[in-house]
Design a binder for this molecule. Structure first.
Ligand code: ATP
Ligand code: MG
Length: 438
């Protein structure tokens, strides 16, 4: 079938697989269109990986037309040949400023476009059926806004944000990602509705913020949120920072993302770095960041501010390395480098990295796991019972070994362990305040 000829083909590249879904719907007598972010990005010349298809075919009918297709969600979106196919709808009644209470299907592509959030997201390409030539349908002049690089709500901005507060975050994220300005009336409506963010679930805010961090210059999102008052309702801990301090965090954030795109941990650590580890931990919890990542990020934030200077001994370097788990060391170095405010600091960071690299190359012991003995050795060789004293002794030995790696030999450590044990027992007897050992 010649669906992709120059006369009938789309004004942008579309994979043959996607065209097959469209033409199957057309051949079955239905109207079907590419819509949403895919069309927007394609018109901007950005490669598109996930297309959305909208059609007048009802979900049951879509399931029948595409063997093996399945429901994607409870609103009747069908996954057909890997594509999301959604029946035209008009949304109505937004009781909780968030999602519509119900969906009503529609036969009309114009109705479907009218319920979309931004003009640039409300452009469709397709046709009503096999008899007509496919074309772009753009009732809100999204192409005009693509041309002038503006994010503008479809219809009455205030009403649209009132209906669904998530649109506030979407507008910010999409403007920031495309480096578009927000059209003034739309922006005023965002300011007026900034408080409505309270209707958006913390989990959803978390996922939007993380998507913002995955854009090219995430500081743009934070700036837009600050300008519109959305930061105060979304991330009040950041909004409360002095402007200079927040700007420092944002500079580090952009730097970190430029150096290590896709490293979400590092981005979150840079974003929240100036709030302190405890505050960052509670923000991350609220944003529903997984506990493991939360621990890693707060450890990075706690360790990053320590100033390095050339007079650190090698033992100082090893002690510093022990501040985070070995697998976080590269993120720690990247965070420090991103935070370096001037050339002198940047040079110092290069030196620290070199010194850390040579410690890593020498396989220097840094953690309890690197010690040549473990708790079992203390129990079996020194006859110690299971007790906190074992941990105390191992920590002391680790301190010694970090100071002088040549001590990390089984016999040497066992000898030292028995000396430390004697010392602990003495201390217990003479009542120096140390707890008795057994
Ligand atoms: P992204 O590039 O992040 O995927 P997108 O615009 O494609 O951006 P999706 O979440 O994939 O975002 O949504 C697809 C389309 O559905 C949007 O382009 C928009 O037309 C519409 N849409 C999504 N969420 C909303 C909403 N909350 N209100 C109105 N329309 C929405
Ligand atoms: Mg999309």
């Amino acid at each position: 079938m010649s669906t992709n000829t120059s006369a009938e083909g789309p004004p942008f590249p579309v994979e043959p697989e996607v065209m097959v879904v469209l033409s199957t719907l057309w051949q079955s007598g239905h109207g079907a269109y590419l819509v949403g972010g895919g069309v927007r990005d394609a018109l901007l010349g950005i490669p598109v990986s996930d297309w959305d298809v909208a059609t007048d075919a009802r979900p049951q009918r879509i399931l029948a037309i595409f063997p093996g297709s399945t429901y994607q969600n409870r609103f009747g979106t069908v996954l057909a040949r890997g594509l999301e196919v959604t029946t035209f709808r008009r949304d109505h009644r937004y009781a909780d400023h968030r999602r519509p209470d119900s969906v009503t299907f529609s036969e009309d592509v114009y109705e479907d476009l009218a319920r979309r959030d931004l003009t640039i997201n409300a452009i469709a390409w397709g046709r009503r059926g096999p008899e007509l030539a496919p074309r772009l349908i753009d009732p809100a002049d999204g192409q005009g806004d693509l041309e002038t690089r503006l994010v503008r709500a479809v219809g009455d901005p205030s009403r649209r944000f009132d209906e669904d507060a998530l649109r506030l975050l979407r507008a910010v994220r999409i403007a920031a990602r495309l480096d578009f300005a927000i059209e003034p009336v739309t922006k005023r409506a965002m300011v007026a509705h900034a408080g409505d963010i309270e209707w958006v679930s913390e989990e959803r805010i978390g996922s939007e913020v993380r998507r913002m961090l995955a854009t090219e210059a995430p500081s743009r999102s934070i700036h837009l949120m600050r300008e519109t008052g959305i930061l105060a309702t979304t991330l009040p801990e950041l909004d409360a920072l002095p402007t200079v301090t927040l700007d420092q965090a944002l500079a580090a954030l952009d730097e970190a993302v430029a150096e290590a795109p896709g490293n979400e941990r590092l981005a979150l650590a840079a974003l929240l770095g100036e709030t302190g580890a405890d505050t960052a931990g509670s923000v991350l919890e609220r944003l529903r960041v997984a506990g493991r990542d939360n621990d890693a990020i707060t450890a990075l934030i706690a360790a990053a501010p320590e100033l390095y200077s050339s007079d650190w001994t090698d033992a100082d370097v090893r002690r510093y390395m022990g501040r985070v788990r070995p697998e976080l060391l590269d993120d720690l170095l990247a965070l420090r480098a991103a935070r370096a405010g001037d050339d002198d600091m940047a040079r110092a960071e290069v030196e620290l990295r070199e010194r850390i690299d040579s410690q890593r190359a020498a396989d220097s012991p840094l953690t309890l796991a690197d010690l040549a003995i473990d708790g079992r050795d203390l129990r079996e060789t020194l006859g110690m019972p299971e007790s906190p004293a074992i941990g105390t002794i191992l920590e002391r030995l680790l301190g010694d070994v970090i100071e002088d790696p040549s001590l990390n030999v089984r016999m040497t450590l066992l000898t030292r362990a028995s000396l430390i044990l004697d010392e602990l027992v003495q201390g217990g007897r003479s009542g120096t305040g140390r707890p008795p050992i057994r």
